[in-house]
Write a protein that binds this ligand. Structure first.
Ligand code: S3P
Length: 440
């Protein structure tokens, strides 16, 4: 299989990192805001829309479905960063148009799974596909509930391309086997387009951006413990929104600060939704000095700052109950463990179904840099008692692995050469420049 990403970046060892960072807009929220905006009535303006390829894939798919999207970039004088604002003219519930070609979701599982929920209610056939990484990811988890609701979905071997033939849907009470915010969202968005009450009861809590975003667009959503219900037919209203910084991107700097003696990094305007902040609690358990402060609530979402200071690392064990809240941060926690800590994770077999097999590619990559790391069937064990050597490592076409290997490499004896480092463009274009700017 040809590599999707081909650029190489070299990360030199670092002593300490210091500075203030504003990470890009949250990827999960950007997808949801764009999709709800397309289903809403009226115009929605979204500032700090996530700049990575994944959220651009969502916009392109929505355009292919007849949605008018305009993009505007301006320089923020305060931070010197480019702020991307998106304007979407809503088409109303079930108002999307039949696409002329397959919908290319690129590398983005969120785009494919959540759009499947929306398209399930539309009276036409569409094909959702993506790059070679996305085409190996499991889709039965959305195909099954959407079929139960009455849509026609097919996916050979349960993998993309997924063909969706939509139409009138029945409401459903659905209990997914695996905790997944994408599946919950797909079912709720399909449920919004029925004439009754749809309920999803999760096996464990997952990020709740969809529930909050639906409310921000004017819908009523009932949450009772692990069960979420929505009444079909509620109309959404377009609005103005600002996306806070992505805590999963902030996690790389938080871990870098926790890794290197003398480091102190402050991240501002970070999304602090409690379903995403487990990383900061776990960093504290791992030994770091972490201060989290909520500054305001914006469109139902807490936003604030995170300060992380190095204070040494201990041994940490993460159990299956910890995993759903940390699923995207496990690779960088493994990288952090190489800086003199120890980390054992179990109950995370789901990592094998991400942009890469994030257990084997992570452990192989850390080992290539000299780490003492083992793969477990459902997790990994990293012992950071010896310093990494550095060397060459393959990002395995996975944005989070490219950034995790950079954090690991900061503590190595020799430079770390990351192949396929441009995978960071999936969620964080400019990551390596920001990392370099924190060096003294
Ligand atoms: C996401 C949910 C998680 C996460 C992914 C984004 C979302 O995936 O890993 O990066 O935005 O809902 P799953 O739903 O597959 O757990």
């Amino acid at each position: 299989m040809p590599a999707e990403f081909t650029m190489t970046v070299t990360v030199a060892p670092a002593t300490a990192l210091q500075g203030v960072v504003r990470v890009p807009g949250d990827k999960s929220m950007s997808h949801r805001y764009a999709m709800l905006a397309a289903l809403a009535e009226g115009v929605t303006r979204i500032s700090h829309y996530a700049p990575g390829n994944d959220c651009q894939s969502t916009l392109r798919c929505l355009e292919q479905l007849g949605t008018v999207v305009s993009r505007h970039s301006a320089l923020d004088r305060g931070t010197g960063a480019t702020v991307s604002t998106i304007q979407i003219v809503g088409r109303g519930l079930r108002g999307l148009q039949s696409p002329q070609a397959d919908l290319d979701c690129g590398n983005s599982g969120s785009t494919l799974r959540m759009l499947a929920g929306i398209l399930a209610a539309h009276p036409f056939t569409s094909v959702l596909t993506g790059d070679h990484s996305l085409r190996r990811r499991p889709m039965t988890r959305v195909v099954t509930p959407l079929r139960q609701m009455g849509a026609g979905l097919t996916a050979a071997d349960g993998k993309p391309p997924v063909t969706v033939t939509g139409g009138p849907l029945r409401p459903v009470a659905y209990r997914p086997d695996t905790p997944s915010a994408q599946v919950k969202t797909a079912v709720l968005l399909a449920g919004l387009q029925t004439n009754g009450v749809t309920t999803v009861e999760e096996p464990a809590a997952t990020r709740d951006h969809t529930e909050r975003a639906l409310r921000a667009f004017g819908a009523r959503v009932l949450v009772d413990g692990l069960s979420v219900s929505i009444n079909g037919g509620q109309r959404l209203t377009g609005r103005t929104l600002a996306v806070p910084g992505d805590p999963s991107s902030a996690a790389f700097f938080a871990c870098a600060a926790a890794a290197l003696p003398g480091s102190f990094i402050e991240m501002r305007e970070v999304g602090l939704n409690p379903s995403r902040t487990a990383i900061f609690d776990v960093l504290r358990r791992f030994g770091a000095d972490v201060d989290v402060q909520v500054d305001r609530i914006d469109a139902e979402e807490p936003v604030g700052r995170v300060r992380v200071r190095h204070r040494g690392l201990t041994a940490l064990e993460l159990t299956p109950a910890d995993v759903p809240g940390l699923i995207d941060e496990l690779p960088v926690l493994a990288a952090l463990a190489t800086h003199g800590g120890e980390l054992r994770v179990t109950g995370a077999a789901e990592l094998r179904a991400k942009e890469s097999d994030r257990i084997s590619a992570l452990v192989n990559g850390l080992r290539a840099l000299g780490a003492d790391a083992d793969e477990l069937p459902d997790g990994f064990h990293v012992r950071g008692s010896r310093r990494l050597l550095g060397g060459a490592v393959d990002a395995a076409d996975d944005h989070r692995l490219a950034m995790a290997f950079a954090v690991a490499g900061l503590g190595a004896l020799e430079p770390t050469v990351i192949r396929g480092a441009d995978a960071v463009n999936v969620s964080y274009p400019g990551f390596f420049d920001v990392l370099a700017s924190l060096r003294p």
